[in-house]
Design a protein around this ligand. Structure first.
Ligand SMILES: [Fe+2]
Ligand SMILES: [Fe+2]
Length: 289
């Protein structure tokens, strides 16, 4: 018996009107989702806290150590995703797969100190970070001291390892996009927070050498965000059905990211005489501890 095929005329019209977004618009939608996520509000609150009052020596050690823990997996993770994306494209674009992977690898060039071809291999960002904190009078042991590292920072390192290396390409790309789109704002806010108290942090000026790590990131991160968006858009052009995965990866990053800053704020407020003034954001994304 042949089933009668119902008419979908009106549904078809609806699909034309509300159908799947184009790859470009789907990518923009994920970028907007990242921009309005509560995790972004947590970052901005942290930036406000940095500008409101200088951190004391123990607080600064906690911020640097937790940041170092968070960043631990990022260079290797970007490298892993660039390789996975290249392999994923290879059966479809024999001579273009490598350039697809390059959109991700581009973010890791300066992480690995490969940004100045004529000068050979330069300091990696991990080394650069260590040099910076040494300039502030800390050492590697301060970065590795467990008491200085929040649980949320370790969670971000674990999430970074998981999402860049092991989850689906769509989820990995979403996670990476969120990482790059938040970085520009994050480095700018941290830079401004340190520049706000030159006397307390013994800075010679807003471009003190010890701020170089933050200054350089404010210059390169917008380009990383753009290439991350290109990678997502191109992947969605081949696999439009994976937009949900991209969104899920971005959400995973933003949730862990929000926890990271709330945990820092909690530790800062715990050591001050002022009560924590950000309970709503903390409740909104859930506390780690
Ligand atoms: Fe970096
Ligand atoms: Fe970046």
């Amino acid at each position: 018996m042949t089933m009668e095929t119902p008419s979908f005329t009106s549904t078809t019209n609806k699909n034309q009107e509300f159908g799947p977004l184009s790859p470009a618009r789907a990518t923009e939608a994920v970028a907007r989702r990242i921009a309005v996520h509560p995790g972004m509000a947590s970052l901005r609150l942290f930036g406000e806290r940095l500008r409101a009052k200088p951190l004391d020596r123990a607080e600064l050690a906690m911020m640097f150590a937790s940041t170092a823990e968070f960043f631990r997996e990022i260079p290797g993770g970007i490298l892993a995703l660039a390789l996975r994306l290249t392999d994923d494209w290879m059966p479809f674009r024999r001579f273009g797969a490598v350039s697809e992977g390059a959109q991700i690898l581009y973010s890791a060039v300066d992480e690995f100190g490969l940004h100045q071809l004529r000068r050979g291999v330069q300091q990696s960002h991990h080394q650069y970070f260590l040099s910076m904190i040494e300039g502030f009078g800390y050492g590697e042991n301060d970065l590795l001291e467990p008491a200085n590292v929040t649980d949320a920072a370790s969670e971000m390192a674990a999430l970074t390892n998981l999402f860049y290396r092991h989850r689906s390409i769509g989820e990995s790309l979403g996670f990476h996009l969120a990482s790059e789109l938040t970085s520009d704002i994050e480095f700018s806010l941290c830079l401004e927070g340190l520049q706000a108290f030159p006397r307390e942090y013994s800075l010679t000026g807003p471009e003190d050498d010890r701020l170089g790590f933050y200054l350089i990131h404010t210059q390169v991160e917008p380009m990383h965000g753009a290439s991350g968006q290109t990678a997502v858009e191109r992947y969605l052009s081949r696999r439009p059905g994976t937009a949900d995965e991209v969104r899920a990866g971005a959400d995973a990053f933003m949730t862990g990211y929000g926890r990271f800053f709330i945990a820092l704020l909690d530790r800062l407020s715990a050591g001050s005489d002022r009560p924590c003034s950000y309970p709503n954001v903390a409740q909104g994304i859930g506390r780690l501890n």
